[in-house]
Design a protein around this ligand. Structure first.
Ligand code: HEC
Length: 125
């Protein structure tokens, strides 16, 4: 009898110790975002040009530019920043083409970096 009660106490204690831990992890995610994702001082020069170069420029450059869209210069990018199309296409918002075309969404960190850059007014330097 006492063994059963002891066993129950141990099981309950184990369960209780798991619950607060999982809550803690959630909070950490909310506070710090994607682990290891640098979202400080994001500029065209520091991060964005490189992300678009790797994911978008092959279909959006001087010679090949679907829908007249180019991602190979800051000046060209500002057009898409200002008309809302960059935010629309990368976040797969309804009413926008989903980019990068047929490849699913950008990796979470790169998506977050572009959205942060847009929130901060899309600085060049
Ligand atoms: C494999 C080729 C390809 C890649 C890579 C690609 N696009 Fe596109 N993009 C297209 C095509 C094709 C269209 C024309 C619309 C359609 O067919 O969906 C387009 C259209 C667009 C448009 C115009 C949408 C509109 O409503 O006018 C934007 C903005 C855009 N792409 C941004 C991007 C961004 C940002 C990336 C990278 C994250 C990217 N594209 C990567 C092929 C590509």
């Amino acid at each position: 009898m006492t063994h059963k009660i002891l066993f129950l106490i141990i099981v309950l204690a184990g369960m209780l110790s798991i619950i607060p831990q999982s809550c803690e992890n959630n909070n950490e995610l909310e506070l710090y975002g994607i682990q290891g994702c640098d979202t400080v001082d994001i500029t065209w020069d520091s991060k964005i040009e490189d992300i678009l170069e790797r994911n978008c420029v092959e279909c959006h450059n001087k010679d090949l530019n679907y829908n007249g869209v180019r991602h190979d210069s800051y000046a060209e990018e500002l057009i898409l920043v200002n008309d809302g199309r960059l935010r629309g296409v990368i976040n797969h918002k309804s009413g926008f083409a989903k980019m990068p075309k047929d490849r699913g969404m950008l990796p979470a960190c790169e998506l977050k970096q572009i959205n942060t850059w847009l929130d901060n007014g899309a600085p060049e330097k």
